[in-house]
Design a binder for this molecule. Structure first.
Ligand code: SAM
Length: 348
């Protein structure tokens, strides 16, 4: 008896083995500015024109453009025995620097930071902890000290945090009706992208962004306009400093950075500061209760292992953390995009 042949061709495994080739192709095209050059041109460009504009070898550029065509990021046009390239709609909207929905900064962070950490994924799994020391030579005893190891790294991180809310921020702030909550505090509110989604969805609310002093400074300087009178800032350490009183606290992608104990510590501080009848909104990517998916969130949980002290969790796990901190009547809503919402209440 031989080994049973379950599948004559291991399509999925081959795809997985080489998945990183796709990421790196997109990273390289973005870093060279291929999509920006094509956006700026009045007509489709030849490989030679692109190679000159981005300052790269003709041979390398030809292969890169061909691969981007295969990835459906570029269209080809035939003319006078030559191939000319233009951006597809998706590339134009998401991969060009000036687009309001640009993911370029996130792609750069993936390429320069996350990809380097993932080089040590096997070690992260073996050791059960993040890999900053190996990847960047910095101690991760203080997580955000490591993440913000230079101003440049901090700004890149802030852009990474910022860009996704242009794409799915509206969905998370409207998953529940938050109109009863007039004074909102966005804890770890970073660049203010979600705060802006709140003020646009709820015309009567004001939002305080609470974050570390240097993040607040950068956010004020570069992300939130002074003219925006409904957004204000608080600087401090949410584990140590007094939290401002509010009707609603938003913790978006905060708890997934920390251990259960740290989460309960933080949520207990929030519960104490919260007005009676107020609430806390967690914005996180939720795992299915039975662990079967979504794949993106399962991969994010590995990313939390290589990069942070935390993990991705199920709605029930978040509900347990909220209950341990004193919140009641916990509900969750799925948005069908990456991030979901969990709401817990403080009794009136
Ligand atoms: N809420 C934002 C979002 O979803 O786009 C940012 C999430 S980011 C993963 C975590 C945020 O928490 C960062 O802005 C970071 O500066 C902030 N943060 C981390 N530790 C903090 C602390 N001890 N006190 C205040 N803010 C902190």
């Amino acid at each position: 008896e031989g080994t049973p042949v379950t599948d004559a061709y291991p399509r999925k495994i081959l795809e997985y083995m080489e998945g990183f080739l796709i990421s790196k192709t997109v990273f390289a095209a973005c870093e060279l500015g291929v999509f920006d050059v094509l956006l700026g041109a009045e007509h489709p460009l030849s490989a030679e024109e692109v190679s000159r504009a981005v300052g790269a070898s003709l041979d390398g550029t030809q292969r890169l453009l061909a691969a981007c065509t295969g990835l459906q990021l570029l269209n080809t046009h035939q003319g006078s025995g030559q191939v000319f390239y233009s951006n597809t709609e998706q590339a134009r909207v998401y991969l060009t620097r000036s687009s309001p929905l640009s993911l370029l900064q996130s792609i750069q962070y993936s390429s320069r930071t996350i990809y380097l950490c993932w080089h040590y994924l096997t070690d992260a799994v073996r050791e059960g902890r993040n890999q900053y020391e190996k990847a960047f030579g910095v101690s991760s005893a203080d997580l955000f000290h490591a993440l913000y190891r230079s101003d440049e790294e901090m700004v890149k991180f802030m852009h990474l945090m910022n860009s996704i809310w242009n794409i799915c921020g509206r969905d998370v702030v409207t998953a529940f009706d938050l109109s009863p909550f007039k004074v909102i505090c966005d804890l770890g509110g970073c660049s203010g992208a979600l705060a802006k989604q709140c003020t646009s969805a709820y015309p009567e609310c004001t939002v305080m962004i609470f974050d570390l002093p240097k993040v607040v400074h950068m956010s004020r300087e570069h992300f939130v306009s002074e003219a925006d009178q409904r957004i204000s800032f608080y600087q401090g350490d949410f584990f140590k400093d007094p939290l401002p009183e509010a009707d609603l606290y938003i913790l978006a992608r905060i708890l997934h950075d920390w251990t259960d104990d740290r989460c309960i510590e933080l949520l207990s501080r929030v519960h104490k500061a919260c007005k009676p009848g107020g609430a806390v909104l967690l914005v996180e990517a939720l795992l299915h209760e039975d662990g079967s998916g979504p794949l993106t969130v399962q991969l994010y949980s590995l990313n939390m292992l290589v990069q942070t002290e935390g993990r991705e969790r199920t709605a029930a796990q978040y509900a347990a953390l909220l209950a341990a901190a004193g919140f009641t009547n916990v509900q969750h809503r799925l948005t069908e995009k990456i991030y979901d919402a969990v709401l817990g209440h403080k009794e009136a």
